[in-house]
Design a protein around this ligand. Sequence first.
Ligand SMILES: [Zn+2]
Ligand SMILES: [Zn+2]
Length: 95
Amino acid sequence: MSKSIITDEDRCFFCGGKRQCDHHLLFGMGNRELAEKDGLKVPSCNKCHNLGQIIERIHENPMAEKLSKMLGQAIYEAKIGTRDEFRRRYGKSYL
Ligand SMILES: [Zn+2]
Ligand SMILES: [Zn+2]
């Protein structure tokens, strides 16, 4: 498993609760695996990840999913590569 390049914290990135899983900032269409390799992930609890009410969680919450992908791309461009490289690797630009 790769290390997060976003945080060293071991608590849920969103609510500070106990870490139960990782959220990959890019996901869908094989992008989760690439985000794993690139360390574009944050610790999460299950509720913030996909088990809470829609408004409280990331997955199937359109605004949170979009912000997640935008943040993933912004961090990729800050720490890893260019926008063109991101687009080639993850299939499109979210910014
Ligand atoms: Zn949480
Ligand atoms: Zn996730």
